[in-house]
Every structure is written in structure tokens, then in C-alpha cells.
Design a protein around this ligand. Structure first.
Ligand code: ADP
Length: 413
């Protein structure tokens, strides 16, 4: 006999909204069986279960709309539909459906398994219903479902936080990019104007004024270098850095990088030596990018080496692997302590506990950019260092294959 919606009643006296109470709906057209189930669950103690009953699918749907159940027990054979049919109906109206347990007759194991595959949390043969089996099945389904829900909610929150993080990172990247470009244009103009005055194009100036203007030009160049590093860093982040590989002679790339640091090498009276092994093949690389990396390593070597010190840049086949070339920059500078060594390739990382750094040159981006450029070529950049003795930074590049020629590689985010 179908139980009318109005006849659905809480069996327990407790009708509070206490979340610890497990609200169970029993859907079965057999009133004595419903009563047995209610009694079995009631035996677990007061305040544990709040049991509702429905005699058919329609009554179950009405009850389902009115109360948030933690578990639904469904007879597989209902007068108006099958247990799985009702399960589907209830799932379709609930945003998050509670676990549903199918009650089967003897010998209905296949049907029960089908129901479990169709989404039922569990099944219990009616013949085996006891206070313990019922309590165990309901309780474990509810606990599992609550855990799943909490994992689901946390995952949703994490996904949301992740989306927000991406949005903010995008904003920061755009901000860097815009600011960098906004600074670069007037900076270039300012440098040109200062150079015009320093050259005497706009009228005679004294040697002292020329020296002052030359310092101003150096400052503009330094600022431009920082802005370029920011732009490069953003390009790497957004995957917009392009690597165009061509055949490049190692000697030429080393020469170009040495030229870029020559003025500061001379200022500090540093002895800079170059050595390139004979018979090294040409490299299939983006020449300007590799020069950028080597110039950066040399500039650091100059920056962190005392006046009168020594720097060496050399290229040779890698002793461990014949199809790689190793280009190393060695200096006799202050060296890097063991604790800082693993961190110096991190973006914005600067070691600020030695005097040279306090001179205030650099953003802590150079090495991170260099490492990524080398990685885009399929190579590695590493360092060995001894405090007080100096450092050696080595770029290891694959000799590659001529067929890669002119293949653009793009940084990925
Ligand atoms: P920056 O442009 O600020 O120098 P880098 O990324 O190029 O940034 O270097 C990061 C840090 O690594 C530097 O602040 C410095 O402490 C350390 N470092 C890099 N090269 C050398 C070197 N040749 N000798 C000693 N320390 C170095």
C-alpha cells in the first residue's frame, strides 16, 4: 500500500536540524518491514537516527523534496517502479544525492550488483537485515558520502583558488609588461638627449660636465638593462620567447660576449682569457640568445670579482658526453656559499650578504633567464663555487643535428 505524502512522519522524537543526526528514508511497500528497519535503527540509541518512511516512489519523491536525507533505503521491487528507477528519479532532482542502499530479495545478487554499478552505495538482501547489518551499511555509506562531499567541496575551492591565482598572475604579467614598455620609450629618448649634450652637439661642455653626463648615460643603460630583464622574464612566463636556431660558431659567440664586458673588465683591471678547443663543430643555436647568456655570466663574473682578479671563458667537448659542448666562465671572485648555491637560479634571488651586491646592481633575474634560455636549447646551466676562491658557471649544450636548423622553439608556461 502506498503511503501518502502527508503520512510521512519522523519516527524519532528529535526533529532538530542537528547535523550529527542521520536522516534515513525507508522506501518499501511493506509496512511491517519498514517498522522492523525503523526499530533496528532505533536500537542504536536515541538521537542517532531520524527515520522517515515512504510506501511508494511518489511518496518518496515528496519526502525527498521536503527533507534533506543522509541515506535512502530502497526496496528493489516497488509497486510503481523498480528500485533503480526510483534511484535515478531521486538523483535527477537532487543537487547532491545522498547515498542510496538497495534492499533485495534472496537470489537477487545480479540485480543488486547492477544497482551498485548504476550508482547505489550498497545493497542488503532483506533476509540478512539485522540491527548490526543495517546500522553498518547505513553508517558506512553516510561516512563515505560525507567524505566524498567534503573532498569534492575542497577540490572545488582549490580549483577556484587556482583560477584566481592564474588570473592574478596574468594581471601581474600584464602589469610588468606594460610598465616595462612604458619606461623603455622615454628612457631611450632621455639617453639619446644626454648623449647629444655629452657629444657637444648642442654646444661646448667642460670635461667635468662630460664626466657627469657619462655617469648619467651609464645609469640609463643600467636601468634599460633591468627593464629588458623584466621584459625577458615576462616573455618566458607567457611562452612568447622565440628561439631561432641557426649555425653559429662558438668562437664568434664567445668573442661577442667578451666584447660586451670589455669596458668593465678594463675598469677593474681584470685579466680575461678566452680559450676554445680546436675542431669544435658549429652549434645549431640562437646565437643572440647564447651571447646573452654568456654575457650575463661574464658580467656577473666581473661584478663579483675584485679589481685585479682573473676570469676565464672556455669551450670544449663535454668529457662525459661527446655530443655536447661545455662553455664555462670561471672567476677568481668572492664565490657563493653552499646554502645560497641551489637558490641563485631562482627568480629575483640575490645574495645580499656580500659587499659587491650592496653596490646595488642587478634584479636577481639574470641567472633565471639564462637558465631558461639554455633549457630552451635542450641544455643545462650549472655552477660550482668555493667561497673566497671563485665560481665556475657552465653551459652544457647539445651539439644537435643540422636538420634542426632554423627551428623556432618557444618557451612554454
Ligand atoms: P643579479 O643580476 O642580481 O646579479 P643574477 O640572477 O645574475 O642576479 O644572480 C643572482 C645571484 O647569484 C647574485 O645576486 C649573486 O649573489 C650570485 N652570483 C651570480 N654570479 C655570481 C658569481 N660569478 N660570483 C658570485 N656570486 C654570483
Amino acid at each position: 500500500m502506498a503511503t501518502a505524502a502527508k503520512s510521512i512522519r519522523p519516527v524519532s522524537d528529535r526533529v532538530t536540524a542537528d547535523d550529527d543526526v542521520i536522516r534515513v528514508l525507508i522506501v518499501d511497500d511493506d509496512p511491517p518491514f519498514r517498522r522492523i528497519c525503523r526499530e533496528y535503527l532505533g536500537e542504536q540509541g536515541p538521537g542517532i537516527y531520524e527515520v522517515y518512511e515512504a510506501g511508494d516512489a511518489d511518496a518518496a519523491e515528496v519526502a525527498f523534496a521536503e527533507t534533506r536525507f543522509d541515506c535512502v533505503l530502497i526496496d528493489y521491487r516497488l509497486p510503481d517502479t523498480s528500485g533503480t528507477g526510483l534511484m535515478r528519479r531521486l538523483c535527477s532532482v537532487a543537487e547532491t544525492a545522498p547515498p542510496m542502499i538497495i534492499l533485495t530479495g534472496v537470489g537477487n545478487e545480479d540485480i543488486a550488483m547492477e544497482a551498485v554499478h548504476g550508482g547505489a552505495a550498497d545493497y542488503i538482501p532483506k533476509s540478512r537485515v539485522s540491527p548490526q547489518s543495517l546500522h553498518r551499511a547505513v553508517k558506512s555509506s553516510v561516512i563515505r558520502s560525507r567524505l566524498e562531499r567534503s573532498v569534492h567541496e575542497r577540490t572545488k575551492k582549490l580549483e577556484e583558488a587556482n583560477r584566481e591565482l592564474h588570473r592574478k598572475t596574468d594581471q601581474i604579467e600584464r602589469f610588468y609588461h606594460t610598465i616595462s614598455h612604458e619606461i623603455k620609450t622615454p628612457l631611450t629618448a632621455a639617453r639619446e638627449f644626454i648623449a647629444l649634450v655629452a657629444d657637444g652637439t648642442t654646444g661646448q661642455i667642460s670635461p667635468q660636465q662630460r664626466e657627469t653626463l657619462s655617469l648619467a648615460i651609464d645609469s640609463c643603460d643600467q636601468l634599460a638593462a633591468h627593464v629588458n630583464e623584466l621584459i625577458e622574464s615576462t616573455r618566458l612566463d607567457t611562452g612568447k620567447m622565440k628561439i631561432v636556431k641557426k649555425s653559429n660558431k662558438i668562437e664568434t659567440m664567445i668573442r661577442r660576449s667578451v666584447v660586451s664586458v670589455q669596458p668593465s673588465v678594463q675598469d677593474k683591471n681584470i685579466a680575461l682569457k678566452e680559450s676554445v678547443d680546436e675542431n669544435l663543430p658549429v652549434l645549431n643555436v640562437d646565437g643572440s640568445r647564447i651571447v646573452q647568456v654568456l654575457s650575463n655570466l661574464l658580467a656577473n663574473a666581473v661584478k663579483f670579482t675584485e679589481a685585479g682578479g682573473q676570469i676565464r671563458i672556455g669551450a670544449a667537448r663535454d668529457s662525459e658526453c661527446d655530443d655536447r659542448v661545455r662553455i664555462c666562465v670561471t672567476d677568481s671572485g668572492c664565490g657563493i656559499s653552499e646554502e645560497h648555491l641551489p637558490l641563485i637560479f631562482d627568480r629575483l634571488y640575490q645574495v645580499n650578504d656580500h659587499g659587491d651586491y650592496l653596490m646595488g646592481v642587478g634584479l636577481g633575474l639574470g641567472l633565471s633567464i639564462a637558465k631558461e634560455i639554455v633549457a630552451l636549447h635542450g641544455g643545462t646551466l650549472d655552477v660550482v663555487s668555493d667561497v673566497g676562491q671563485g665560481s665556475t658557471f657552465c653551459v652544457l649544450l647539445p651539439l644537435g643535428d643540422e636538420s634542426d636548423d632554423k627551428t623556432p622553439a618557444t618557451a612554454t608556461t
